[in-house]
Design a protein around this ligand. Structure first.
Ligand SMILES: [Fe+2]
Length: 383
């Protein structure tokens, strides 16, 4: 028996058109001026403008920081923190996918704790709560708007620093599917498969407990029912809205249960070859879970049931096979490539990729700890 602490933003606003309704919730915070954190693409595409129009309408003061890079750097964080101070801002509103969300968390931590962002690499390193953050998500899958982790690239050491910090969680999360309708199909597929990976890894990890299982299983069910629809037609707002609920449910699960070897291995592929996170996860997921099913078969019965199998009359092996085949079929349907060699990954790199996977922060969360040879064998299955 062990005890658990469950982290979630204190207010979560979601559903079609909800962006237009956030003004009063921000005003309730009784703060002076926001630093809006985003990137140039979101400004150019008009998505950030939709938020700014809502803020203008509600008479909410803000300054705009749109310098966030796709993989946000220490410079991004400290430039943003200096700008926040010079503008007299006392909270943050982030809009975007993982990069603006992570940058806002880092700026918020620096603003209340001081020092350099490198000081906070690791687990719960800050002493004080971040400035309040209103996190507006525009990407269907990362869940950065509800989680306690963020990743900042140290451009000098060329490493991605992972910070797990309860003080960095947003005060308000916003998930409006209307902000996601123009996302390209490939991005929708990759982020949706990332969300599926979050839910499945959160289910099979030893860190799971009934509260996290409930939301993770609901996420699995919704993703299987809706992801392909959103990839085929980005403007299918009903399916997009169901995916928003799935991301939120899956995000709550992995934020509190943890992840496993799919993420541990995908992080290395992302770091070395700059491959999309969701694509790497999607490719690895069936093979890592094939091994995991041998260790936690009861979890695969639950997942199989959530996807729609009549598990009462099936063996453990039949349930596991059904889950693995269903993941592969969904990946194929949404256009995820099946071989890493199509993406430039080479056999000679596998040794180092495996070694670094074993050191990844997500590795201890897996149901079993593979040997280096077993990790190499897993990479080889998708080479
Ligand atoms: Fe992920």
């Amino acid at each position: 028996m062990s005890t658990h602490v469950y982290y979630v933003p204190s207010t979560n606003i979601m559903g079609k058109g909800c962006l237009k309704e956030i003004g009063p919730y921000i005003q309730e915070l009784k703060l002076k001026k926001a630093l809006v954190v985003t990137d140039k693409f979101l400004v150019k595409s008009g998505i950030a403008g939709k938020l700014l129009a809502v803020l203008d309408e509600a008479g909410i003061q803000y300054a705009l920081y749109d310098e966030v890079k796709p993989n946000p750097t220490c410079k991004n964080v400290h430039d943003g923190a200096a700008f926040l101070n010079s503008q007299g801002c006392d909270y943050l509103i982030s809009i975007g996918g993982g990069s603006p969300q992570d940058t806002a968390k880092a700026i918020g931590i620096i603003a209340t704790n001081g020092g350099h962002i490198k000081d906070y690499e690791g687990v719960h390193k800050s002493k004080n709560k971040s400035l309040p953050i209103v996190a507006v998500n525009t990407t269907a899958g990362t869940s950065a708007e509800v989680t306690i982790n963020y990743v900042i690239t140290d451009e000098e050491r060329k490493v991605k620093m992972v910070m797990v910090d309860k003080n960095s969680i947003a005060t308000i999360s916003v998930n409006d599917p209307e902000l996601m309708i123009d996302k390209p199909a490939a991005l929708t597929a990759a982020t949706g498969m990332d969300a599926l990976t979050h839910a499945i890894e959160a289910l099979v990890t030893p860190g799971a407990y009934p509260v996290t299982d409930a939301t993770a299983l609901a996420a699995v069910e919704l993703i299987f029912a809706n992801l392909a629809r959103t990839v085929k037609n980005g403007h299918d707002i009903e399916a997009r809205e169901q995916m928003v609920y799935a991301i939120f449910l899956g995000g709550m699960a992995f934020n509190n249960a943890g992840l496993g070897y799919v993420h541990a291995m995908a992080h290395q592929l992302g770091g070395v070859y700059d491959l999309p996170h969701g694509v790497c996860n999607a490719m690895l997921l069936p093979y890592v879970e094939e091994e995991n099913a041998k260790h936690v078969p009861e979890k695969f019965r639950k997942i199989a049931k959530a996807i729609g199998l009549q598990v009462e009359v099936k063996s453990d092996q039949e349930c596991a096979d059904f889950v693995i085949e269903s993941i592969k079929a969904l990946s194929k349907e949404v256009g995820i490539p099946s071989k890493l060699s199509e993406l430039g990954v080479e056999e000679v790199d596998l040794d180092l990729l495996a070694e670094n996977s074993m050191k990844d922060a997500c590795a201890p969360g897996n149901p079993f700890i593979p040997t280096k040879e077993e990790v190499i064998a897993l990479f080889r299955k998708i080479l």
